[in-house]
Design a protein around this ligand. Structure first.
Ligand SMILES: [Mn+2]
Length: 323
């Protein structure tokens, strides 16, 4: 499959690379690293990385301006469905390729490489580059590492496999860079965020079944001098709490007139609930956008039911072993 994708890249003189809305380091880094690798390999090609950026991740690299293109190849990274693609419409392209690690939702292109077991899209791109004639350098390698380390929560998720570590090891051998330098950029944060995290810890409500959730209104965001993305960004820090199996931040985003719900789990599968409310994501990490706190409460209730079922199925298994 990698060979087939490489042949398409070779064939087209104009290539546009996109990823999902609500940009995160894996989406952005995979996009920019693939662009730079194609440009390094084929300097005469026009390769554009398109989408809405954020000042937070400028250290990963710069995006390109949208341009009218024709006879172009579109590569969609890190995005399982049409409605989450940022910036382009599929119809303007001669050929569409998808490379992703999210659970399959719908077919977007003629050629699709989906590896649900990959820690990140950056991991797939790392493999892709090594298995084809695509070139890489230290800067590209650093970007790929940023995306991988971010999507795997610093190798904490069980999406990390021996392949993940093998690829990282190979890249560190071939393109040596300082890991600490990257962590300084990725994990350095203002005290206001840490204080805000303290607020969440203090005020999170936990149900009997172990669903922790917190409503964060615009007032709270302003009081702690953080932005509305802050809660969603720090949600992974609430992993490994014994009383909590599923945890949810419900954040008011006045600017975009919506309420953003981030969901994480260390057992129950939560993406089905997210999809039911027009959101999505992975089995243990999903998100939903809604407009009312009432709907958010319904989602929390559904998550609570899913968690209750999960606990029951664990108990049933235990009882069976007891026989
Ligand atoms: Mn990803």
């Amino acid at each position: 499959m990698f060979k087939k994708i490489f042949r398409e890249i070779k064939k087209y003189n104009t290539i546009v690379i996109v990823r999902h809305i609500g940009v995160d380091p894996d989406a952005l880094a995979s996009q920019i690293a693939l662009r730079d690798s194609i440009k390094l390999t084929f300097p005469e090609k026009k390769v554009l990385a398109i989408g809405t950026g954020t000042s937070k991740f400028t250290f990963i690299g710069k995006l390109d301006k949208v341009e009218e293109v024709s006879n172009a190849l579109l590569i969609i990274l890190d995005t399982p469905d049409k409605k989450r693609i940022d910036g382009v419409s599929l119809d303007h392209f001669d050929q569409v390729i998808k490379i992703d690690h999210h659970p399959f939702i719908e077919t977007l292109g003629k050629i699709e490489y989906i590896d649900e077991n990959a820690s990140s899209t950056c991991e797939i791109i790392m493999d892709f580059i090594l298995q084809t004639k695509l070139l890489c350098d230290v800067e590209i390698a650093k970007k790929l590492f940023v995306g991988l380390v971010s999507d795997s929560n610093r190798f904490l998720f069980d999406s990390c496999t021996s392949k993940t570590f093998t690829l990282v090891s190979k890249y560190l051998d071939l393109f040596p860079f300082s890991i600490n330098e990257i962590y300084q950029k990725l994990y350095l944060r203002p005290l206001s965020e840490v204080r805000f995290e303290g607020y969440i810890a203090q005020n999170m409500i936990v149900t009997e079944n172990g669903v922790g959730y917190i409503k964060i209104t615009d007032d709270i965001i302003n009081k702690y001098k953080v932005d509305s993305a802050a809660a969603g960004n720090m949600i992974n820090n609430f992993n490994f709490i014994s009383e909590i199996l599923v945890w949810v931040t419900i954040t008011e985003d006045v600017k975009n007139e919506n309420i953003r719900i981030s969901i994480r789990s260390r057992g129950p599968e939560i993406n089905k609930v997210a999809e039911k409310f027009h959101g999505g994501g992975h089995r243990f990490a999903s998100g939903v956008k809604t407009t009312t706190f009432e709907e958010a409460e319904i989602i929390v209730h559904e998550l609570d039911m899913v968690t209750q079922k999960y606990i029951q199925s664990l108990q049933e298994k235990e009882n069976m072993h007891g026989c």
